[in-house]
Design a protein around this ligand. Structure first.
Ligand SMILES: [Zn+2]
Length: 78
């Protein structure tokens, strides 16, 4: 069993999505200026094709990314 979902969320993270291989996609920031980062492949929401950078768009990105990303988190990361 992975314990990665039970670790404390980093400060500022407002939503977290679990990928198919157990990495996490974290959303942080504010409702109209949301940042997102995948802990597996390090892709960022700002690199996505979404025009809006608000929480709603970030949730869509994170959900879609978590469903398809198969990158594993680098070992040794906190
Ligand atoms: Zn990813």
């Amino acid at each position: 069993m992975s314990t990665s979902t039970q670790t404390t969320w980093p400060e500022g993270v407002i939503a977290r999505y679990l990928t198919v291989v157990g990495s996490t996609v974290d959303l942080s920031g504010k409702k109209y200026n949301t940042a997102g980062t995948c802990g597996g492949c390090q892709e960022e929401f700002s690199e996505s094709n979404y025009i809006a950078r608000d929480l709603s768009a970030a949730r869509h990105w994170a959900q879609a990314h978590a469903e398809m990303c198969r990158a594993l988190p680098r070992r040794g990361r906190p």
